[in-house]
Design a protein around this ligand. Structure first.
Ligand SMILES: C[S@@+](CC[C@H](N)C(=O)[O-])C[C@H]1O[C@@H](n2cnc3c(N)ncnc32)[C@H](O)[C@@H]1O
Length: 278
């Protein structure tokens, strides 16, 4: 339900995430064994839109247990750094890096709040700052996020964001066709659902979450105001999970509306670059 932001939202969210890390590390959803055996955690559209990362440095904000971060290293990034406020998540990511024999110079993980990223990460700037797919909804202030994220993009580098489209959270869960929640709400969304998207039946204790809705226009405008140049904003007609009961899973693994149903965007991606000078 919509509610006033609780003063302890940060501790509430961190407790929820900390508890879910070992559950995720054991879940088929994340498939750690397959990942260690070589499975790519990145989505095809991300690989296409980010392009060749060979020899580049990459910072992943809100990296969770590091699968996406480490996948960029496997794709040839010279150095990847993952940041997440969950110590257990960062610990799991470090363990995976060790298993892949990626030394800290190639893959480092930092436990810090995303708003403190500029002070917390080991380098002053990165060629690519990557984030998303369930990240921005955990942050109350998108202007501040954009300022921090833009500050660690190297001149000539870019930020790449792939995120679930906020419109999807405004429609009814069954059909995805009825406007049920306010797209422009500024209030926090406070929920107490047990389990996790990666294991619905997991037994959990820290179930409260505090999240916020960020309209696409505000995200893009915040990045532009932070000094980045918007290269593209792509909207995707697919989701990574069955967001509505009517969605059908395609052979490519994405979930879409049936062909006879009008579509809405369910994910979006943004590339925003920092000019070489200025
Ligand atoms: C859904 S996960 C990121 C998804 C990622 N794409 C994945 O599936 O691995 C969101 C992550 O954001 C982190 N997080 C939430 N709020 C944060 C904050 N204020 N600062 C840093 N990390 C935060 C959580 O610990 C969690 O690991």
């Amino acid at each position: 339900m919509y509610a006033r932001t609780p003063d302890d939202w940060h501790e509430i969210n961190r407790a929820r995430w900390d508890e879910r890390v070992p559950i995720h590390a054991a879940a088929d959803f994340y498939g750690l064994d397959a990942f260690l055996a070589g499975r790519d955690a990145l989505r095809d559209f991300e690989l296409a839109e980010v392009g060749d990362v060979t020899g580049r440095t990459l910072l992943h904000l809100q990296c969770h247990i590091g699968l996406d971060t480490l996948s960029w290293a496997r794709h040839g990034a010279a150095r990847v750094v993952g940041l997440d406020f969950s110590e257990p998540a960062v610990g799991t990511a470090r363990g995976l890096a060790r298993s892949l024999e990626l030394p800290p110079e190639r893959a480092a993980f930092v436990a810090a709040d995303v708003y403190d990223a500029a002070q917390a990460v080991p380098d002053s700037a990165y060629d690519i700052v990557y984030t998303g797919l369930g990240a921005l909804n955990w942050l109350p202030d998108i202007t501040r996020w954009a300022e921090v994220a833009a500050s660690v993009v190297a001149p000539g580098g870019f930020l790449y964001l792939a995120e679930f489209h906020p419109l999807t959270d405004c429609l009814d869960d069954e059909t995805g066709s009825k406007v049920t929640y306010d797209y422009f709400s500024r209030e926090a969304w406070v929920d107490d659902s047990p389990g996790t998207y990666a294991d619905r039946d997991a037994v959990t204790v820290h179930n409260r979450s505090v999240e916020w809705q960020h309209p696409v226009g505000e995200v893009v405008s915040a990045l532009a105001a932070a000094g980045l140049r918007i290269e593209f904003l792509h909207e995707h007609d697919a989701s990574l999970f069955p967001r509505y009961q009517v969605l059908e899973r395609g052979e490519d693994g994405y979930h879409r509306f049936p062909p006879d149903r009008p579509r809405i965007p369910m994910m979006y991606s943004v590339k925003a670059s920092r000019p070489v000078r200025g």
